[in-house]
Ligand binder design. Structure first.
Ligand code: GTP
Ligand code: SPV
Ligand code: MN
Length: 588
């Protein structure tokens, strides 16, 4: 436990508010975890899976109305409305506290308050930050134990500092109409009520590590981004790192854990995972940009994960994993999801807990946003640098989204500011990771639209300023699109492991090893510079997805102009200039 007065005082206040029957301090010990698992199984909150096939693995089902992040009920509660900006929902902090405390009042009656001390980043690293989450959900405790560093070592690292983030989570009755995920960046506080689903309640993740941290980063001169971090090891042993921002369910976990194509493996290429969702990036003493992954596990999308698409992710889920909203195979007490294999179980329960025959049912067994929570240490390709807390130097920043058309497989920005422009105009088809329509193209700057804790115009400015500080040591900025469709609606590019072929071109560009073709939007590869060895993919097809169609991009530029209007005078002049430059080049 802790003697930290700021912590004790706040916990006392919250205790008086939510009135739990008792309080349990989470110490991070295996014995306590085991006790909590037992308790959760005894109440039906979790199901213990086949311990021979899936040791220490469990299944959990959320309420059917509570299966994804709820962006419409997520608020930034800054004192001034304009500080939340046009892309966030805003609530006056005083009003928000009043409303939330009203909902939370007495809500732990008959329940236990769990106090979770956690560190985002390795405990004690100068780049790490500490949070305390109070919750009445064992599921949350057990997920936080996987996703963050939890336990007494965190209290030691905190000492009597007042620099920590408060998080209050109350399940209440999981009422949709009273669900709120509120952030108070000026108070380092998060309050989440009436949800029990991942991103809404694992407060270390999107709430702290992105929304609160992005605000801290702006004020302190660093960056909190929705990015994977991956290392490519060359046959000579040299490792180069890239960070990539794709919107939710657009391929971060898959790229972070990719298995090199056979021809690359034979030559001695390896890929190392540092992170799959969030990167905190600082300018190092050497002037380069260094990134750490503040998380300790993976909260990954289950559907589509299989032995071919992502064997490393699959291997990572074989032990100590919590599965949420997947199908339950009753024959051998294991789990199944769409795209795991071609052999769905006949005798099963679907994600809602209804009997389900995967061979005959036309309903899905797993929710499209069903997830696994798996410890990073299980990952066969976890980087040696993962736990060090010093970070890795980033050579390239990659933006990307799901675009059936328009955006080529890969292109390089002209310079840092143009790269910021490329990130700011990112657009992607929406996915099941958030509630709402799926497959609609929306602008999602830097994949941070739902996660930026302050005015997005100021966020763009912060990016531009980081570039000024980094100067010629700044990473090069690229954009990728694995999702171009042919006329029949099939993905043209094979994707997954073969994406290394594109990453290799990116790193070659960073090293000044290959030439490129200049287009209106930036530099695209000469088709012969993307290695297609061992791949049944014609150079003409490749050319077709590298093409930049100026007519389509004219329309795109109009869309960007419209989107940019939102930001008013907070839109940095540099980005206005970039848009003008693009239009100018397109018209030539
Ligand atoms: P969040 O955890 O929500 O932030 O998602 P993520 O960005 O980590 O996405 P993830 O890697 O889990 O991929 C989501 C979906 O995209 C899965 O269904 C994958 O099968 C699919 N996907 C990932 N990479 C590729 C690719 O290269 N090509 C194609 N066609 N699909 C891909
Ligand atoms: C995302 O939606 O980007 C996720 C899952 O990584 S969640 O934790 O729910 O935000
Ligand atoms: Mn994510």
């Amino acid at each position: 436990m802790t003697k930290n007065q700021s912590v004790l005082k706040w916990i006392d206040e919250m205790k008086a508010l939510v009135t739990p029957d008792n309080v349990v301090w989470i110490d991070g010990s295996e014995a306590q975890i085991e006790e909590l698992r037992k308790e959760a199984c005894s109440t039906g909150e979790m199901i213990k899976l086949n311990q021979d096939k899936l040791p220490n693995c469990y299944l959990h089902r959320t309420a059917v109305n509570d299966v994804a992040r709820v962006e419409g009920r997520t608020y930034i509660c800054s004192r001034k409305e304009e500080d939340a900006g046009p892309t966030n929902h805003w609530m006056d902090p005083q009003k928000a506290y009043e409303m939330l405390y009203g909902i939370a009042k007495g809500s732990y009656k008959g329940r236990t308050m769990y106090v979770i001390p956690y560190s985002m980043g390795p405990v004690g690293s100068p780049f790490s930050k500490i949070g305390v989450e109070l919750t009445d959900s064992i599921y949350v405790v057990l997920n936080m134990e996987i996703m963050t560093r939890v336990g007494n070592a965190v209290w030691e690292a905190l000492g009597d500092s007042t620099e920590w983030v408060k998080g209050l989570h109350c399940k209440c009755n999981i009422e949709e109409e009273n669900r709120y995920i509120c952030h108070f960046p000026e108070d380092d506080t998060i309050i989440s009520v009436n949800s029990g689903y991942g991103g809404n309640v694992l407060l270390g993740k999107k709430c702290f590590a992105l929304r609160i941290a992005s605000y801290l980063g702006k004020n302190q001169g660093w960056m909190a981004e929705h990015m994977l971090i991956l290392g490519v090891q060359y046959p000579d042993g040299d490792i180069k790192y890239v960070a990539a921002a794709f919107p939710s369910a657009c391929g971060k976990t898959n790229l972070a854990m990719l298995i090199p194509p056979e021809v690359y493996q034979k030559k001695g290429y390896k890929v190392w995972t540092v992170g799959d969702d969030i990167a905190w990036m600082h300018i190092g003493e050497d002037g380069r940009l260094w990134a750490i992954n503040p998380e300790n596990g993976f909260f990954g999308v289950a559907p589509g994960t299989n032995a071919k698409s992502n064997p490393n992710a699959l291997a990572t889920t074989k032990e100590g994993t919590i599965f949420t909203n997947v199908a339950h195979n009753l024959d051998d007490n294991t789990v199944w999801w769409e795209g795991l294999d071609k052999n769905p179980p006949e005798n099963a329960m679907d994600w809602t807990g209804e009997p389900w025959n995967g061979k005959t049912s036309d309903k899905k067994g797993a929710h499209p946003n069903s997830r696994f929570t798996a410890p990073a240490k299980n990952c066969p390709c976890i980087s040696d640098e993962f736990d060090k807390g010093t970070g890795v130097p980033i050579s390239a920043i990659i933006f990307g989204g799901r675009r059936a058309q328009t955006t080529p497989l890969v292109y390089q920005s002209r310079d840092w500011n143009n790269g910021v422009f490329v990130g700011s105009i990112m657009a992607s088809e929406t996915t099941a990771a958030a509630t709402g329509a799926v497959g609609v193209v929306r602008r999602d700057p830097m994949a941070m639209l739902p996660f930026c804790g302050y005015h997005m115009g100021d966020y763009f400015k912060h990016w531009i300023e980081m570039g000024q500080k980094l100067g010629d040591k700044a990473p090069k900025i690229f954009n990728v699109n694995w999702f171009r469709l042919d006329e029949e609606g099939h993905f043209i590019w094979p994707g997954f492991g073969d994406n290394l072929r594109v990453v290799e071109w990116i790193l070659n560009r960073c090293a000044g090893k290959v030439d490129a073709t200049e287009t209106a939007i930036g530099y695209v590869p000469k088709a012969e510079d993307i290695n297609l060895e061992g791949l049944d993919f014609s150079i003409d097809t490749l050319k077709s997805i590298l093409e930049v169609n100026n007519e389509q991009w004219m329309k795109e530029a109009d869309g960007i102009e419209e989107f940019y209007k939102k930001f008013g005078d907070k839109l940095p002049q540099e980005l206005k200039d970039q848009l003008a430059g693009l239009k100018d080049r397109l018209s030539k």
